[in-house]
Write a protein that binds this ligand. Structure first.
Ligand code: DC
Length: 213
């Protein structure tokens, strides 16, 4: 009998290191990688480009989403950080994107990163991780991703931390599929850990799962 394809859920708040881990884990295991945040970002981008406020009903844009919308280079900008969080709070948008996520992983398996992967999209995922770090660490990491080694300190750091805390609050307090750790998810706090150390920890847990399969 062929084992069903492996699905690994990687959830957690913004800039905790989910994407870095999920991508590296996918490469290590030879599985496809799905960044579900991109789906919400692409819906927000469609709203903005159509002259619509992302806080308004985005279900039509979610249903109309095309593969090429995900390849845009302007999805990781502050306007879309905020817009994605607003469209992601809408139940009709989440419903429109659910099947797309499930279909992606159903045949080949996948490492899937997001907020509700282990709780809603793949509640039966083989291994679930919840990756987090303090708001300060996350603000500094996000800044480094976009601005390289330019320092972030003083009031600019305070503002970046506040923005992260506000986004966490929106993502965690929404009624549909809020950001919460699944009961059976393995928590990894990444403050002070390198990407390689996080990958090692996660790899050990996946290997343990394999021995039990
Ligand atoms: O991971 P990210 O920063 O690219 O996600 C963008 C936004 O989309 C963020 O506000 C959380 C939301 N999101 C979500 O609600 N559910 C997911 N599975 C992935 C992202």
């Amino acid at each position: 009998m062929t084992a069903r394809p492996l699905v690994i859920a990687v959830d957690g708040p913004a800039a905790a290191g989910k994407g870095t881990l999920a991508k590296a884990l996918a490469a290590k295991l030879g599985l496809p990688y799905l960044d579900t945040g991109l789906l919400y970002r692409a819906v927000a981008r469609r709203m903005v480009n159509a002259g619509l406020d992302p806080a308004g009903d985005a279900s039509v844009e979610a249903q109309a989403l095309q593969q090429q919308d995900l390849a845009r280079s302007d999805l990781r900008v502050p306007e879309i950080d905020r817009g994605a969080s607003l469209v992601a709070a809408q139940p009709a948008v989440r419903a429109a994107l659910l099947d797309r996520q499930r279909v992606f992983a159903s045949e080949t398996g996948a490492v899937v990163d997001g907020r509700d992967i282990g709780t809603v999209v793949f509640p039966d995922a083989d291994v679930k991780f919840f990756i987090t770090a303090s708001p300060r660490t996350r603000a500094l990491r996000r800044h480094r991703q976009v601005a390289g080694e330019t320092p972030l300190e003083g009031s600019a750091l305070d503002a970046a931390v506040s923005e992260i805390v506000a986004r966490d609050a929106r993502d965690s307090s929404r009624e549909t599929a809020p950001l919460v750790q699944a009961a059976d998810a393995v928590l990894i706090e990444t403050d002070g850990l390198s990407a390689a150390e996080v990958l090692d920890k996660a790899g050990e847990i996946v290997a343990l799962h394999h021995t039990r399969r």
